[in-house]
Design a binder for this molecule. Structure first.
Ligand code: HEC
Length: 128
Protein backbone atom coordinates (compact mmCIF):
# COMPACT_ATOMS: atom_id res chain seq x y z
CA UNK A 1 0.00 0.00 0.00
CA UNK A 2 2.68 2.51 1.00
CA UNK A 3 4.81 1.81 -2.03
CA UNK A 4 1.94 2.28 -4.45
CA UNK A 5 0.93 5.47 -2.68
CA UNK A 6 4.43 6.76 -3.10
CA UNK A 7 4.45 5.76 -6.76
CA UNK A 8 1.15 7.59 -7.24
CA UNK A 9 2.58 10.66 -5.59
CA UNK A 10 5.69 10.52 -7.71
CA UNK A 11 3.61 10.12 -10.85
CA UNK A 12 1.38 13.00 -9.84
CA UNK A 13 4.28 15.31 -9.15
CA UNK A 14 5.97 14.56 -12.46
CA UNK A 15 2.84 14.60 -14.62
CA UNK A 16 1.14 17.66 -13.19
CA UNK A 17 2.99 20.70 -14.44
CA UNK A 18 2.93 22.44 -11.12
CA UNK A 19 5.89 24.77 -10.78
CA UNK A 20 5.03 25.70 -7.19
CA UNK A 21 4.92 22.07 -6.12
CA UNK A 22 8.32 21.51 -7.69
CA UNK A 23 9.80 24.49 -5.91
CA UNK A 24 8.43 23.25 -2.60
CA UNK A 25 9.85 19.79 -3.25
CA UNK A 26 13.27 21.22 -4.04
CA UNK A 27 13.17 23.41 -0.95
CA UNK A 28 12.23 20.44 1.18
CA UNK A 29 15.07 18.32 -0.19
CA UNK A 30 17.58 21.12 0.35
CA UNK A 31 16.32 21.65 3.90
CA UNK A 32 16.66 17.96 4.72
CA UNK A 33 20.15 17.78 3.17
CA UNK A 34 21.41 20.86 5.03
CA UNK A 35 19.67 19.72 8.22
CA UNK A 36 21.48 16.40 8.01
CA UNK A 37 24.81 18.07 7.35
CA UNK A 38 24.65 20.22 10.46
CA UNK A 39 23.08 17.41 12.46
CA UNK A 40 20.06 19.54 13.31
CA UNK A 41 17.38 17.09 12.25
CA UNK A 42 16.36 14.09 14.33
CA UNK A 43 16.90 10.85 12.47
CA UNK A 44 20.07 12.07 10.83
CA UNK A 45 22.71 10.37 12.92
CA UNK A 46 25.55 12.85 13.33
CA UNK A 47 28.19 10.21 13.78
CA UNK A 48 27.15 8.59 10.51
CA UNK A 49 27.05 11.73 8.45
CA UNK A 50 30.17 13.43 9.74
CA UNK A 51 32.76 10.81 10.57
CA UNK A 52 34.98 9.92 7.65
CA UNK A 53 36.11 6.39 6.94
CA UNK A 54 39.68 7.58 7.44
CA UNK A 55 38.91 8.76 10.98
CA UNK A 56 37.33 5.44 11.89
CA UNK A 57 40.36 3.59 10.50
CA UNK A 58 42.89 5.82 12.27
CA UNK A 59 40.96 5.36 15.49
CA UNK A 60 40.97 1.58 15.11
CA UNK A 61 44.66 1.43 14.28
CA UNK A 62 46.08 3.94 16.76
CA UNK A 63 43.70 5.09 19.48
CA UNK A 64 41.32 2.20 20.10
CA UNK A 65 43.66 0.02 22.12
CA UNK A 66 43.53 2.57 24.91
CA UNK A 67 40.43 4.63 24.25
CA UNK A 68 38.06 1.75 23.55
CA UNK A 69 38.62 0.16 26.95
CA UNK A 70 39.68 3.20 28.95
CA UNK A 71 43.16 1.86 29.65
CA UNK A 72 45.20 3.82 32.20
CA UNK A 73 42.40 6.34 32.72
CA UNK A 74 42.02 7.17 29.01
CA UNK A 75 38.63 8.78 28.29
CA UNK A 76 36.62 6.09 26.52
CA UNK A 77 35.23 6.39 23.03
CA UNK A 78 31.64 7.62 23.33
CA UNK A 79 31.89 8.41 27.05
CA UNK A 80 30.43 11.89 26.64
CA UNK A 81 30.76 12.66 30.36
CA UNK A 82 34.45 11.86 30.50
CA UNK A 83 35.03 13.82 27.30
CA UNK A 84 32.99 16.84 28.41
CA UNK A 85 35.58 17.45 31.16
CA UNK A 86 38.41 17.25 28.66
CA UNK A 87 36.67 19.39 26.05
CA UNK A 88 36.50 22.25 28.53
CA UNK A 89 40.20 22.77 27.87
CA UNK A 90 39.36 23.57 24.26
CA UNK A 91 40.01 21.50 21.18
CA UNK A 92 43.39 23.07 20.46
CA UNK A 93 44.66 22.21 23.94
CA UNK A 94 43.52 18.61 23.47
CA UNK A 95 45.31 18.38 20.15
CA UNK A 96 48.46 19.69 21.86
CA UNK A 97 48.05 17.01 24.57
CA UNK A 98 47.97 14.28 21.94
CA UNK A 99 50.94 15.68 20.05
CA UNK A 100 53.09 16.08 23.15
CA UNK A 101 51.75 13.05 24.97
CA UNK A 102 49.94 13.11 28.32
CA UNK A 103 50.73 10.91 31.30
CA UNK A 104 50.20 7.36 29.94
CA UNK A 105 49.44 8.53 26.41
CA UNK A 106 52.45 8.37 24.10
CA UNK A 107 53.44 11.29 21.86
CA UNK A 108 51.13 11.67 18.85
CA UNK A 109 48.84 9.08 20.44
CA UNK A 110 51.07 6.59 18.66
CA UNK A 111 50.07 7.94 15.23
CA UNK A 112 53.18 9.60 13.85
CA UNK A 113 51.56 10.31 10.50
CA UNK A 114 48.43 11.95 11.95
CA UNK A 115 47.85 15.65 11.20
CA UNK A 116 46.22 18.23 13.48
CA UNK A 117 43.09 17.84 11.44
CA UNK A 118 43.14 14.05 11.92
CA UNK A 119 43.41 14.58 15.67
CA UNK A 120 40.59 17.12 15.61
CA UNK A 121 38.33 14.64 13.87
CA UNK A 122 39.42 11.77 16.11
CA UNK A 123 38.59 13.85 19.18
CA UNK A 124 35.18 14.75 17.76
CA UNK A 125 34.58 11.10 16.94
CA UNK A 126 35.52 9.81 20.39
CA UNK A 127 33.78 12.51 22.35
CA UNK A 128 30.23 11.92 21.15
C1 HEC B 1 48.83 3.91 24.97
C2 HEC B 1 47.47 4.33 25.20
C3 HEC B 1 46.91 5.49 24.38
C4 HEC B 1 46.87 5.62 23.02
C5 HEC B 1 47.43 4.68 21.96
C6 HEC B 1 46.14 6.83 22.76
N1 HEC B 1 45.79 7.45 23.94
FE1 HEC B 1 44.80 9.22 24.16
N2 HEC B 1 44.93 9.04 26.16
C7 HEC B 1 45.46 7.97 26.84
C8 HEC B 1 45.38 8.20 28.28
C9 HEC B 1 45.85 7.26 29.36
C10 HEC B 1 44.76 9.46 28.42
C11 HEC B 1 44.47 10.18 29.75
C12 HEC B 1 45.71 10.87 30.23
C13 HEC B 1 45.46 11.47 31.59
O1 HEC B 1 44.85 12.57 31.66
O2 HEC B 1 45.86 10.83 32.57
C14 HEC B 1 44.50 9.96 27.08
C15 HEC B 1 43.92 11.18 26.83
C16 HEC B 1 43.63 11.66 25.57
C17 HEC B 1 43.04 12.93 25.28
C18 HEC B 1 42.66 14.01 26.29
C19 HEC B 1 43.86 14.90 26.51
C20 HEC B 1 43.63 15.97 27.55
O3 HEC B 1 44.30 17.00 27.48
O4 HEC B 1 42.79 15.80 28.43
C21 HEC B 1 42.91 13.02 23.94
C22 HEC B 1 42.35 14.18 23.15
C23 HEC B 1 43.42 11.79 23.37
N3 HEC B 1 43.85 10.98 24.39
C24 HEC B 1 43.42 11.50 22.03
C25 HEC B 1 44.02 10.36 21.49
C26 HEC B 1 44.05 10.08 20.08
C27 HEC B 1 43.44 10.95 19.02
C28 HEC B 1 44.70 8.90 19.92
C29 HEC B 1 45.01 8.15 18.63
C30 HEC B 1 45.67 8.88 17.58
C31 HEC B 1 45.11 8.46 21.24
N4 HEC B 1 44.65 9.37 22.17
C32 HEC B 1 45.86 7.32 21.50
C33 HEC B 1 46.04 6.85 26.29
C34 HEC B 1 46.22 6.63 24.95
Amino acid sequence: MRASNRADLARASTLVPNAWGKTMKTLLLVTVAVGCMVGALPGCDRSDTQVSQKTVELYGTHCARCHEVGAANAPRNGDTKAWAKRLKKGEDALITSVKEGLVAMPKMGDCASCTDDDFRQLIQYMSR
